[in-house]
Ligand binder design. Structure first.
Ligand code: UFG
Length: 357
């Protein structure tokens, strides 16, 4: 009885969002935006791929020292259940997953176990605690090398080329199936999958940003680490593609814009504005930018010369992908706003902050 009373919320009380993987790159930016939009946030993270830098930054930006933090592994069902027992969770945003494509090819069991079990545990806990809204962090990787660009949410998914990509597809399907199975129950699970294009940049405060461990796989951290002198030279993988300047085309989405898309999607779920129990949205800018354009924009906006060279193509890269964003624009009332120049300036400010410069 005592437990029940603790959970009774009035309409006026802020909704609570569990952010799994909330101490990481995307999770920390989303936590900031949720709090500034008036949500309460509970963060869960096993710290396997980050330290407390970003969580400390979140506290500074929001002025909130009281954000509940659970250092748990979402693969531990008892720990996830305890978290749900102790908090009335209105929505979950699930980021807690491994994300390195190459590593997933080398360690498929580890990837499937971690990425699937953690999500299944979140869903099971959501289901057994009276239903919940679940936002899954998916990826444009599900489209593979699409024949028609830009891709809409209706563009067929292609078979994944890595276990990592496969876990994204599988988790989307698991969410869809759980939504369907619980639709008529007393505690339905509702779901949104956001398919991110290429998230880059950092918070304007330079207090949170991307913190790759070891040698970065992704382009922008490699650029900023080269510019600061941590890496000798950036390799641009492939300049013989069938594009204007021969380098690959991507849709680089600012991390704060991306975080705001999560707030829009969570609001749609908790305010009961979903049109279907399970929905999918592309989260990108709709603007293709080549690798070479990005590198030269970085140099120009930050007033520096980058040491780079052209190198052979990277196996597994798609030539070009960018988003049709109309569905997110119309249904979520969300649009990417920050220019690629401002985003690249923020990425550089973050790298300098890390270096104490
Ligand atoms: N690139 C370089 N040099 C580098 C790193 C990247 O030229 O040092 C190029 C890549 O070849 C690619 C572009 O920069 O053309 C973007 O590469 P990223 O690694 O930054 O991003 P991807 O488009 O490969 O990655 C995206 C998502 C990942 C997801 C992956 C799946 O960001 O989360 O698609 O293919 F896993």
């Amino acid at each position: 009885m005592t437990t029940f009373v603790r959970y009774v919320k009035t309409q006026a009380m802020a909704k609570t969002v569990l952010v799994s993987g909330g101490a990481g790159y995307i999770g920390s930016h989303v936590t900031v935006e949720l709090i500034s939009a008036g949500y309460e946030v509970v963060v869960a993270d096993n710290m396997s791929n980050c330290d407390m830098t970003c969580f400390e930054g979140v506290k500074k930006i929001t002025g909130r020292n009281d954000i509940p933090f659970y250092q748990i592994d979402c693969c531990d069902y008892a720990a996830v259940t305890r978290l749900f027992d102790e908090n009335r969770i209105d929505a979950v945003i699930h980021f807690a997953a491994f994300k390195a494509v190459g590593e997933s090819v080398a360690e498929p069991i580890m990837y499937y176990r971690n990425n699937l079990v953690s999500f299944l545990n979140i869903l099971e806990a959501a289901k057994t605690h009276g239903g919940c809204n679940v936002l899954f962090s998916s990826s444009a990787t599900v489209y593979g090398e699409a024949e028609v660009l830009p891709v809409t949410e209706q563009t067929p998914r292609l078979p994944a080329t890595s276990p990592y990509g496969n876990t994204k597809q599988m988790c989307e399907d698991i969410l869809r199936d759980v939504v369907l199975a619980t639709a008529t129950s007393e505690g339905p699970v509702k779901g949104i999958a956001l398919r991110y294009f290429n998230p880059i940049g950092a918070h304007p405060s330079a207090l949170i940003g991307e913190l790759p461990r070891g040698v970065p796989n992704n382009l922008v951290p490699f650029i900023t680490q080269t510019a600061i002198g941590k890496r000798e030279c950036l390799s641009i993988f492939g300049n013989d593609y069938d594009t204007e300047d021969g380098t690959c085309l991507r849709d680089y989405i600012d991390i704060v814009d991306l975080a705001k898309a999560h707030v829009a999607a969570v609001s749609r779920m908790v305010d009961g504005r979903m049109k279907e129990g399970y929905e999918i949205f592309n989260v990108g800018t709709g603007r293709p930018v080549s690798v070479y354009e990005l590198v030269t924009a970085f140099e120009k906006v930050n007033g520096l010369k980058l040491n780079y060279k052209f190198a052979p193509r990277r196996p597994g890269d798609v030539v070009a992908i960018w988003a049709d964003t109309r569905l997110a624009n119309d249904e979520l009332g969300w649009k990417a706003e920050r220019s690629v120049e401002d985003t690249l300036a923020s990425a550089w400010a973050w790298e300098r902050h890390l270096a104490g410069k």
